[in-house]
Design a protein around this ligand. Structure first.
Ligand SMILES: [Zn+2]
Length: 224
């Protein structure tokens, strides 16, 4: 059940590997939050292949960050009546530049974020979670060396194929993503803690998936 006090417009933060995204999906499914994911919006625009998509693709092809202006346009296209919808921004804003973008977007469209949730996990835990993921190249089954290990080391339970890491899960990429998070997104969290401490919440992401979900529901004031 969603109580009147439950936030309408929510931002979730968490390191790569914090479990934030599946937590967001679970909340979305149970309480009707529309998930706002700028990464997905960007990929979607490229797939549509329209003018905006072509501009996005240009930046991605060059390996540039997509400029905030483009992200603003994408948000406008994707969010028609944000003041009426229950929104969950998953991993946005992730830089101080995007904080300004969100401020501008809120003013223009007449809504306000009413809760920031930080899913706190240590760097060590995040790295262990991300580098432990394995996928079967034959059937696509996914495993995790800690949370869901295959019966035989590095071997698919279903078809015996040798398991692989996803390209993104090498130690080098994982460490880089942690560093980016610490340098760019931690300042965003600190910013909101300084300007809006009354609507900032944190959740211990180091617990079991069920415990993290229960704690998140509690801090949000939603009842299941
Ligand atoms: Zn398999």
């Amino acid at each position: 059940m969603v109580t009147a006090a439950a936030p309408m417009h929510l931002v979730m933060f968490g390191r790569p590997g914090s479990g934030k995204s599946s937590l967001a999906e679970h909340l979305g499914a149970e309480f009707g939050y529309q998930l706002i994911r700028t990464g997905e919006m960007l990929r979607e625009a490229v797939r549509r292949g329209d003018f905006l998509g072509a501009r996005v693709e240009n930046h991605l092809a060059r390996g540039d960050l997509v400029p905030d202006e483009l992200i603003f346009e994408l948000l406008e296209i994707n969010l028609k009546s944000p003041q009426k919808a229950r929104l969950l921004f998953d991993g946005f804003p992730r830089t101080l530049g995007q904080v300004e973008l969100l401020d501008r977007f809120e003013k223009k469209l007449g809504f306000a974020i009413d809760c920031f949730v930080d899913v706190v996990v240590t760097r060590e835990d995040s790295v262990a979670r991300m580098t432990g993921r394995r996928v079967c190249p034959t059937c696509g089954a996914t495993y995790h060396l800690l949370a869901k290990p295959p019966r035989l080391p590095e071997t698919c339970d279903i078809d015996g194929s040798h398991l692989e890491k996803r390209k993104d899960d090498t130690m080098e990429v994982v460490s880089f993503r942690q560093k980016i998070y610490e340098e760019q997104t931690q300042p965003v969290i600190n910013h909101y803690l300084a300007v809006s401490p009354e609507i900032c919440r944190s959740v211990d992401g180091g617990q079991s998936v069920d415990a993290v979900y229960a704690e998140t529901c509690r801090v949000l004031g939603v009842r299941r």
